[in-house]
Design a protein around this ligand. Structure first.
Ligand code: SAH
Ligand code: SF4
Ligand code: F3S
Length: 447
């Protein structure tokens, strides 16, 4: 533990990793603001820096240490440093042993205790909290009363029971837990009142969400989506990330029936070979995944599919990898992430025979990414000539240029000097590149 520090008045939260971490980062910022602290634009200007970390791959986890190293001012002083997120959960006290610069270690299920931990540091006490308490942080976090982003995140489910053999998430985020129906709808209403036009429901396995509605009926994620659909000022609904085995019939049907539910689905498959899927403990096969995609496309023919892939899982042969390439060809993703397998301490795959050489992983990743990019470009080109709506999210590089998202989650650049961030406008798609589209404004939509 470092020496006692003065009470911090300003803070800076920096989030890495998945959207759930982005959401947690926002909740931490709100918590600190609620305590009377103000946000600082840069880490080094702040009295307290929260590094909200990710442990999913080795490179992500190591980043925190290089970031801590950089948090030193010209006079040699450092801000108070809190390590939050999945590295905090996975490494705990080890972090303060490895670097004396860290004052607070707080896990993803304990960050509501951040104010108390700050007081501990001020008093010179130990400030490590990686508990996964039975009572939820959501019950004690301050309400979401501030201005919300037009595109807001809302965590509805946390944790994972799937235990894929390569993955740290079940260890860093704990078991699958669903937030209550009423808490979610209250938060959604507050976000919409604060200006949200689109809500993305989040969970490590969001489609495993289950609960009871106000009448005591069992509901799945589709029920929640249908309830959100009834909020008049909410225009768009999305959800991520989903596990193939939790794609219930009702949820598939919702894609064809709920107009506000956007035609985009992130449904990771990870690999194309049944042998590798089994070793990964994915509990779905290549065939069952492809059949599932067929059913989803039958419900919503224009749906854009996205996925995650891992290359170089232990024991992956050239033939196995070819099956990953062929599942990409068969599915024709609109978008996908691909990663080199990274052995994570404590996961079963890290001790498996047949670890793959880094050069071979590089080579396979390049081939996979080339295949994905080609599909992504083809998908984007197929939207040229379509008339659609975009939700404006941010300014572009040129004056008067704005960037919005299509229903299929593509970035669309438009010249729209009189439009504002948060507007939903009608556009004709006029050009396409691998990562974005160009649009021409048709008419302002009465929102
Ligand atoms: N819950 C989601 C994914 C969470 S992690 C799901 O099941 O699909 C995000 C992605 O990181 C995973 O889909 C996987 O592709 C990748 N990933 C997870 N662990 C990894 C590891 N050890 N090495 C490389 N990539 C990994
Ligand atoms: Fe990780 Fe698998 Fe759970 Fe996704 S389903 S979070 S990849 S263990
Ligand atoms: Fe990373 Fe934790 Fe999310 S490991 S991907 S921040 S759940």
């Amino acid at each position: 533990m470092t020496d006692p520090k003065p009470q911090p008045r300003t803070f800076h939260v920096k989030s890495f990793g998945c959207q759930m971490n982005v959401y947690d980062g926002e909740r931490m910022a709100e918590l600190l603001a609620d305590r009377g602290m103000t946000a600082a634009a840069e880490g080094l200007d702040a009295d307290l820096v929260v590094l909200n970390t990710c442990h999913i791959r080795e490179r992500a986890a190591e980043k925190v240490y290089s970031d801590i190293g950089r948090l030193r001012r010209e006079d040699g002083s450092r801000p108070m440093i809190a390590v939050a997120g999945c590295v905090a959960q996975a490494e705990g006290q080890e972090i303060t042993r490895r670097t004396k610069a860290v004052d607070i270690v707080v896990g993803p299920q304990a960050y509501h205790n951040l104010p108390g931990l700050i007081d501990d540091v001020v008093a010179g006490r130990d400030a490590v909290d990686t508990d996964m308490p039975a009572a939820s942080k959501f019950d004690v976090l301050p309400g979401r009363t501030r201005r919300s982003s037009p595109t807001s995140f809302l965590t509805v489910q946390e944790g994972c029971d799937k235990f894929c053999t390569y993955c740290v998430v079940p260890y860093t985020r704990g078991a699958e837990v669903s937030r209550s129906w009423s808490a979610i709808l209250d938060e959604a209403r507050a976000l919409v009142d604060g200006g949200a036009r689109e809500i993305t429901l989040l969970g490590q396995n969001v489609n495993a969400w289950e609960g009871e509605d106000e009448a005591g009926r069992r509901q799945g994620l589709d029920g929640l989506i249908r309830a959100l659909d009834r909020l008049p000022d909410l225009a768009r609904i999305r959800y991520t990330t989903s596990h193939p085995n939790d794609m219930a019939d009702g949820l598939i049907a919702a894609h064809g029936e709920v107009e506000k539910l956007m035609p985009f689905l992130h449904l990771p498959v990870q690999a194309g070979s049944d042998r590798i899927l089994k070793a990964m403990n994915r509990s779905h096969s290549r065939e069952s995944y492809l059949r599932l995609i067929e059913r989803i496309r039958a419900a919503r023919p224009d749906i854009a599919l996205s996925g995650d892939f891992i290359v170089g899982f232990p024991g992956e042969t050239e033939a196995d990898f070819e099956e990953t390439l062929s599942i990409v060809r068969e599915t024709a993703y609109a978008h996908a992430f691909s990663f080199k397998y990274s052995p994570r301490p404590g996961t079963p795959a890290a001790d498996m025979d047949g670890q793959i050489a880094p050069e071979l992983m590089d080579e396979r990743l390049q081939r996979l990414q080339a295949a994905i990019s080609a599909d992504q470009l083809a998908f984007n080109q197929a939207t040229v000539g379509k008339r659609t709506t975009i939700l404006l999210e941010r300014k572009g590089r040129h004056p008067g240029q704005l960037i919005g998202k299509s229903p299929w989650l593509q970035s669309v650049h438009v010249e729209a000097a009189d439009a504002r961030i948060g507007d939903i406008i009608e556009v004709d798609i006029v050009s396409a590149g691998p990562n974005s589209l160009g649009g021409a404004v048709v008419a302002r939509r009465a929102a």
